[in-house]
Design a protein around this ligand. Structure first.
Ligand code: NAD
Ligand code: UPG
Length: 435
């Protein structure tokens, strides 16, 4: 098949590479000239393990191409829409890029084409896409909603082995054609209508966000009653009805999806006069969780003014350089506001973080131990494996006050023994003050 992918962010790029791997001929289109130049030269512009090597392999096999020109759409059997749908100030999804992409590609449609929507879009958008296309061309087409569920950091394997593929279509013929395209990846296919497919995406992300806010509230109670949230989550997760994933307490969820999609779902509910009380609380708890660390540091150090705080991690989770809605951004802003100097280290996200937040009181260090030099506290905020293997005796030796705030509950009890470090996790009061 000949497939054109519009938008070469995480979703477009990974989808393009994966369908090339399955033997299709892929043309990736983006309006960003610099990005396309880099990709055409075999270099990816994001940090995603394994992706650059696979992209280069597919380019060598002459199955993967990059262009800024929408004319490439004219040869395509399938056009995949993977442009961004960011959050507007009121929480609603901004469909400006999507509309521009659809209208500009529709001019070049030639012969029957399937238009596959992978961008996360509010309910009713796939019907709107049909209208935008019809306003531009008389060529035959079918719009199919195929929401994407990949995670950053494991995007290739998630896309090649998806847990399920959701297909929202207007007719059985279009649904079957797109189901056949995905059959080499999985048999777990749900065929449904547009609106249900659109809702499945939002419901999935909102539910995962709910699990995280739930366990974060449990952690806060564990701190007060003297229970250990990591073991609570382990015990809960053994019940298959609950499941063990997304029960890691921490500084709250971030990233380009959960914050945006939970707000968009609130808006979708609001549009039909439904007050989604539970989801509002999930979002509120997540906001509070980012403030938790400030409280802890103030308790431990009394004042943060003039203090040196080392921050390990900038990205919203490990194995990505993405800082979109990273809790670390908010936390560092709080620390700066209190008058602290912040010594940061992250294996991949420095550049992106600095683009969002640069300040004379922030310094960057390749070596996390160097960042901790002379620090009054170290805050582990992203659980990159590089941070977890640091010898805590060495850490204690370089710090002014040996306080370790573990915002990911990633440090194990054995690592702390005899280090003299004052450890503060999230909902792990038993691990405090181990000498
Ligand atoms: N990032 C993820 O992990 C993930 C996972 C599942 C779903 N999604 C959803 O997929 C969509 C894309 O997300 P992303 O993170 O890959 O986006 P992104 O912001 O990283 O990339 C979007 C790309 O689209 C390009 N673009 C925008 N308008 C264009 C136009 N008119 N013509 C051509 N190119 C255009 C931009 O230049 C950019 O390169 C969003 O709706 C997102 O919610 C993202
Ligand atoms: O138990 C957990 C699990 C995750 N997180 C945090 O939640 C956020 C999101 O993590 P994750 O879901 O792994 O990352 P994303 O790459 O944002 O992926 C989510 O968002 C994508 C975009 O919609 C979906 O495709 C994926 O299925 C969905 O997992 C991160 O800040 C994590 O640190 C926790 O705090 N506790």
């Amino acid at each position: 098949m000949e497939i054109a992918v519009i938008g070469t962010g995480y979703v477009g790029l990974v989808t393009g590479v994966c369908f090339a791997l399955l033997g299709h001929r892929i043309i990736c289109i983006d309006r960003d000239v610099d990005k396309i130049d880099e990709l055409a030269a075999g270099r990816i512009t994001i940090y995603e393990p394994g992706l650059e090597e696979e992209l280069q392999r597919q380019q060598e096999e002459r199955r993967l191409f990059f262009t800024t020109s929408m004319t490439a759409v004219s040869c395509a059997d399938i056009v995949i829409l993977a442009v961004g749908t960011p959050q507007k100030a009121d929480g609603e999804s901004d469909l400006t890029d999507l509309e521009a992409a659809v209208r500009s590609m529709a001019i070049y449609l030639s012969g029957h084409t399937y238009i596959m929507t992978k961008s996360t879009v509010p309910v009713g958008t796939n019907e709107q896409i049909e209208k935008w296309i019809k306003a531009t061309t008389n060529e035959a087409f079918d719009v199919v909603s195929v929401p994407e569920f990949m995670r950053e950091g494991s995007a290739l394997s998630d896309t090649l082995k998806p847990e399920r593929v959701i297909i929202g279509a207007r007719n059985a013929h279009a649904s079957e054609a797109i189901a056949a395209l995905h059959r080499p990846l999985t048999e777990q296919v749900v065929e449904t209508d547009y609106r249900t497919a659109e809702m499945i995406k939002y419901a999935s992300n909102a539910f995962l966000a709910t699990k995280i806010s739930f366990i974060n509230e449990m952690a806060n109670i564990c701190d007060k009653v003297g229970a250990d949230v990591v073991t609570v989550a382990q015990g809960m997760g053994m019940d298959r009805r609950i499941g063990s994933s997304f029960l890691e307490a921490g500084i709250g969820y971030g990233g380009s999806c959960f914050p945006k999609d939970t707000h968009a779902l609130l808006q979708i509910a609001g549009d039909v006069d439904y007050d989604f009380k539970l989801l509002k609380a999930v979002i509120e708890v997540n906001k509070d969780q980012r403030r938790h660390i400030r409280k802890v540091l103030l308790q431990e150090l009394e004042s943060l003014s003039g203090k040196f705080i080392a921050v390990w991690g900038a990205s919203f989770k490990p194995n990505t350089d993405d800082v979109r809605h990273s809790p670390v951004l908010d936390i560092v802003r709080h620390l700066l506001k209190e008058g602290a100097s912040v010594r940061m280290s992250d294996p991949a996200a420095e550049l992106n973080f600095r683009r969002s937040l640069d300040h004379p009181l922030i310094s960057w260090h390749t070596d996390p131990l160097e960042a901790a030099q002379g620090a009054d506290a170290v805050c582990l905020l992203t659980d990159w494996p590089q941070f977890l293997s640091i010898d805590l005796h060495k850490l204690k030796a370089v710090m002014t006050t040996p306080i370790l705030f573990d915002g990911r509950n990633a440090i194990k009890q054995e690592q702390l023994v005899d280090t003299g470090i004052r450890y503060v996790g999230i909902g792990r009061p038993g691990m405090r003050g181990i000498k």
